[in-house]
Ligand binder design. Sequence first.
Ligand code: ARG
Length: 264
Amino acid sequence: MFAKHTARFATLAAAALLAACQPDAQSQQNAASDTHHAATVYNVGMNANFAPFEFTDSAGNVHGFDVDLMNAIAKAGDLNIRYKNQPWDGLFASLKSKDNDILISGITITDERRQTMAFSRPYFEVKQVVLVSDGQNIQSVNDLTKLDKIAVSTGTTGDYAAQKLFGATSPKVARFENLPLTIKALETGGAQAMISDSAVVGNYVKNNSKQNFTVIDVPDFPVEEYGIALRPEDTELLAKIDDALQKVRDSGEYEAISKKYFAH
Ligand code: ARG
């Protein structure tokens, strides 16, 4: 009895000490107290600036297709998870540093990203599309060269697509930290077009139906697949997630989540 109390006290004291030394005190403390239940809690990282896949409410809680899907996967795979919302820049590095264990954030699986991360089976398909603001008289891909500025989010596949269209160092490409800022550039006239994932652009157009946007499909842009990213060495966790994803598809939950966010 006494020994047990002492051990518990030691753990709590260590947790408090740890929390005091860490910039992210809140989550460190949670992580330490979670060990009492002997259950691993996986940190799921995302940049919740990407509706309808991930976004926040006024209280800062995350929602969206990816959140519903990840919750369903966690349930089917019996995994304890906790979300961490953070900038896109640094998200991939957060796996290696172990700030996060799992990333779900509308992340396109690319060969380059496979060099440093492992991906689940694909769970969603998109393409890059060009969203042109009203009155630009853009009909086709060729017309895009007429534009002065095209907004993209830094380090996304939309950024890479713009580089493909206009060249890696083109002054036409204006880069922003996240999707809301990229969209804002379009809305305020700083850019006449933006490039992003088709499902995200479609969601934006649907919610702003008063404006006359043109969505240009670029035949050269490939189909992209979203995957859940993990550290390459976490092969067991990857297998669990892939199994759970399959269960979520088989049970019809995937379909229900899809309908919730992409009903026409
Ligand atoms: N699919 C694109 C990529 O992987 C954009 C993803 C941006 N996601 C986000 N949650 N901000 O580069």
